[in-house]
Design a protein around this ligand. Structure first.
Ligand code: P5A
Length: 447
């Protein structure tokens, strides 16, 4: 389900409303850069429109999450944003959710709500067509907008009222089987975040209003994070989990290894324990952003909403369930917090809106235009996403825009390089420029 095989756009025609001034209303760096780079615009407090550049990043993150969910054996479906109140009354959460829940009435005066999460609805859907123990295990997920009327929406998309979430739900016959599903999601989270270039630290967490007694948060460290994190410095420096996980094998050793690495972070919120147990020169007090949260809560919803199966021996059993969330829209801000410099965003290649930014320093010059056009179409034909700055702007303004929007490779065309039949390629991350032949660059892209 790729959005586009290759996306090739000309900046002169692209809707990219870049701001020169720093917007006053934004308190965090990611929020400022997202506004300045023309990625989002606020519609109302905590509610944003996603402009073309921001939308592309959102969709790339979504696709990584989707691929890793599918790989773990989860099945995608799509539930609506609007839900009936009845199922929430059955689970007892209609009152519990209080003012955070956006309640609406339809024309028949029926109570509806904009879903803040989907435990009730998925349990009802799955439960209605459930017959026997042979119908499980299953993990179902969707990627859908949520609404929570947060008291203090802030930091742009990081704590929004309307936000985009991947939420998965597991159904199993026993707590032990449920734990296997939990482990699959745990590993798929490690893989998803690693693919986005993030160091996500899993830590034990409170289940809060979702319920249950087994829960982990996935945290990335950032100055503007909302949670306080205390941990041992040895546990921060992780290398990404790459291809070691096979979902049909036993995942528990992988999880144990990861959580053991973070043994100190298991109680990461516990400041006292931290001061008692971690040596002074190993103490890291940091702030973190919660990008994912997983829960195992047993039969809380299956009992209330009737997700009950017949057993082989004639008995009945309410299914054991877990739920697993990733903040897709929050991740856009989170990745920027983790990867930027004073000039703007530095996108990891896997989520970059464009791989290549083509800068023509002499727009209108026949030779330069010709070379730029040929690179533009060649890059597109190789399947890479490219944005071509074909405006008649000053060089300085063009460079500033490319740096701000964070495109990993900038290809710079000017009379001097054109004469020598080479191109200049700047790596956004290292800031280093290099001259190379056209073919050398195309090979780099192919690799
Ligand atoms: C798990 C999936 C749940 O809602 N039910 C379904 C469970 N968990 S959660 O922790 O409350 O949310 C999951 C993730 O969603 C992101 N998130 C938000 N992102 C932006 N703005 C918000 N206001 C917001 N609230 C939650 C977080 O990444 C969280 O980990």
């Amino acid at each position: 389900m790729r959005i586009n095989p290759s996306h090739a756009v000309r900046m002169s025609k692209y809707f990219l409303p870049v701001l020169r001034e720093t917007p006053q209303e934004a308190q965090t760096l990611s929020h400022r850069y997202m506004l300045r780079a023309g990625m989002i615009r606020q519609a109302s407090a905590g509610i944003y429109s996603w402009l073309p550049l921001g939308f592309r990043v959102l969709k790339k993150i979504e696709q990584i999450v989707r691929e890793e969910q599918d790989r773990a054996g989860a099945q995608e479906l799509l539930m609506p944003t609007i839900q009936p109140s009845e199922i929430w009354k059955k689970s007892g959460r209609y009152e519990d959710y209080g003012k955070e829940m956006l309640r609406v009435k339809d024309r028949h005066n029926r109570e509806m709500l904009y879903g803040p999460t989907n435990e009730e609805l998925i349990t009802e859907i799955f439960g209605n067509d459930l017959r026997s123990y042979r119908d499980v295990p299953k993990i179902l997920y969707h990627i859908q907008w949520k609404f929570r009327d947060e008291v203090r929406p802030r930091y742009g998309v990081m704590r929004g009222r309307e936000f985009y979430m991947k939420d998965a739900y597991s159904f199993d016959i026993s707590p032990e089987a449920g734990r296997l599903s939990y482990n699959k999601m745990f590993v798929s989270y490690l893989r998803s975040f690693a693919r986005m270039g993030l160091k996500a630290i899993p830590m034990k967490a409170d289940a809060g209003p979702i319920g249950g007694n087994l829960s982990h948060e996935f945290i990335i460290l950032a100055e503007t994070g909302e949670s306080e994190v205390f941990c041992h410095s040895d546990y921060i420096d992780l290398d990404a989990l790459k291809d070691e996980a096979e979902y049909d094998g036993d995942l528990q050793p992988i999880i144990d290894r990861w959580t053991k690495r973070y043994a100190a972070t298991d109680e990461i919120h516990d400041e006292e324990k931290f001061h008692r147990e971690v040596p002074v020169n190993r103490r890291v007090c940091a702030r973190g952003i919660e990008i994912g949260h997983i829960f195992f809560f047993g039969t809380k919803y299956s009992e209330a909403l009737g997700a009950i199966v017949d057993l082989a021996d004639g008995g009945e059993k309410a299914l054991e369930m877990g739920s697993y969330g990733i903040g897709i829209s929050r991740l856009v801000g989170g990745i920027i917090e983790a990867s930027h410099d004073a000039n703007g965003i530095i996108w990891p290649e896997s989520v970059a809106p464009f791989h290549v930014g083509l800068v023509n320093l002499r727009q209108g010059d026949g030779a330069c235009d010709k070379v730029a056009e040929s690179i533009f179409s060649k890059v597109a034909s190789l399947g890479s996403d490219i944005i071509y700055d074909d405006r008649t702007e000053r060089a300085g303004a063009k460079f500033a825009t490319m740096d701000l929007i964070g495109v990993p490779y900038q290809v710079i065309i000017g009379p001097k390089v054109v004469e020598r039949n080479v191109i200049e390629v700047k790596n956004r991350k290292t800031g280093k420029s290099e001259e190379m032949s056209h073919d050398a660059f195309f090979n780099l892209l192919k690799a």
